[in-house]
Design a protein around this ligand. Structure first.
Ligand code: IPD
Ligand code: CA
Ligand code: CA
Ligand code: CA
Length: 260
């Protein structure tokens, strides 16, 4: 598997931030935690990892801009390139000692996603994808699952935070989906949910009220693994609109019908 220089830069940065998260995961009780809203936490670990990512990526690609969860928009001198960064996706899991969390970094070139990296430092699973170059977990090429029928399918989802209008919609969607599928899972990291669709561990995923950094790398990963990704109306506003449905060519349209 050949990685472009840009992807290598992203992988190196993510591995370094992964070491920071692993250290903080070992001392989670000592971390400063605050909330951004009901059930929406941010900790010193999120900030440490974001600082590492920003420093490493800036050192290697000084002109590129950023969209980062904790620091927001950082304009670069190169208007064509920006990194979309979630330094810790799955903060709630992290703070509870649940080893399901990840770093997610995507690279946009002229508004097109060209590379994505998702790394779970607790399991050492490194997911990478480049536009036109396929998707990988560590060195293994990924392919979405082949299941065709909802009754055989395991579907991942995300539960919108309390207080979001989509919280009530979710209950209705869940009751429709769970009546038709083999199982529903809620892992707590949208980036890893998408990585699991790409690797065929789950057959589909849907969620509302997400942010670009939750899904940017995962969208590319699913597409490069042969899957389909749209927003919940079947369009392509997944980055700006916040809703997402992913799956293989059979499960994606069936799931979309149930949730839209
Ligand atoms: C969260 C995770 C979670 C999703 C939330 C996100 P964070 O990201 O992706 O799975 O359900 O909507 O906010 O805050 O842990 O980076
Ligand atoms: Ca967050
Ligand atoms: Ca996130
Ligand atoms: Ca985050």
């Amino acid at each position: 598997m050949a990685r472009s220089p840009a992807l290598q830069v992203m992988v190196q940065a993510v591995m370094k931030a992964g070491r920071s998260l692993r250290r903080d995961f070992g001392e989670v009780e000592q971390l400063q935690v605050s909330t951004k809203g009901p059930g929406d936490f941010v900790s010193a670990a999120d900030r440490h990892a974001e600082d590492v990512l920003r420093a490493e990526l800036t050192r290697a690609r000084p002109g590129y801009g950023f969209l980062m969860e904790e620091s927001g928009v950082i304009e670069g001198t190169d208007p064509d390139h920006r990194f979309i960064v979630d330094p810790l996706d799955g903060t709630t899991n992290f703070l509870h000692g649940i080893p399901i969390f990840a770093i997610s970094v995507a690279l946009e070139r002229s508004g097109v996603l060209v590379a994505g990296v998702i790394f779970n430092p607790a399991t050492d699973e490194l997911y990478t994808a480049e536009r036109g170059g396929g998707a990988y977990m560590n060195d293994r090429r990924l392919r979405v699952a082949a299941r065709r029928d909802l009754p055989d399918a395991v579907i991942a989802c995300g539960v919108p935070h309390l207080g979001k209008p989509s919280h009530d919609l979710f209950r209705e969607e869940l009751s429709r989906v769970q009546a038709q599928v083999a199982g529903v899972r809620r892992f707590g990291s949208a980036a890893l949910d998408l990585a699991m669709v790409a690797s065929g561990r789950v057959d589909g995923f849907w969620e509302r009220s997400l942010k670009p950094w939750d899904v940017a790398a995962g969208i590319l990963l699913v597409k490069e693994a042969g899957g389909f990704v749209t927003d919940m109306k079947g369009g392509d506003t997944m980055l700006s609109g916040g809703s997402i449905v992913a799956g293989n060519e059979h499960i994606h349209p069936s799931l979309l019908k149930l949730v839209k």
